[in-house]
Design a protein around this ligand. Structure first.
Ligand code: ZN
Ligand code: ZN
Length: 110
């Protein structure tokens, strides 16, 4: 499993545990502790601002998580593998049923 690194998508600055973002309600907190949701008023900040000069740019909160795409890609692959396994099982089950039915028809005819 690859690690998720949090960094500014624009300048690669990595926030620390002590990095704090201010909300319009006056709460100051680490936005990455709550995935962008203000613990004071519940407002969800879909964008997170870079705190360092001269960047100071806003980026979508999810873009800050480096490695997330890989993890999602892996999850999708695992889910697809699961589907293939289910299809395979179903195919087998169906085949058995068909053979059983053919045998039954044969037995009836003779
Ligand atoms: Zn930045
Ligand atoms: Zn707030």
């Amino acid at each position: 499993m690859s690690e998720i690194r949090i960094r500014c998508p624009k300048c690669e600055w990595e926030p620390t545990k002590d990095s704090k973002w201010p909300c319009t309600c006056g709460t100051v907190w680490n936005a990455f502790d709550t995935a962008g949701r203000c613990p004071g008023c519940g407002k969800i900040w879909k964008d997170t601002q870079c705190l360092v000069e001269p960047c100071k740019q806003w980026s979508p909160h999810l873009d800050w998580y480096d490695g997330l795409d890989e993890i999602i890609q892996k999850l999708i692959e695992e889910i697809e593998e699961g589907w293939v396994a289910v299809e395979h099982e179903r195919g087998k089950g169906f085949g058995v049923q068909k053979n059983h039915l053919a045998g039954f028809v044969k037995a009836k005819r003779s």
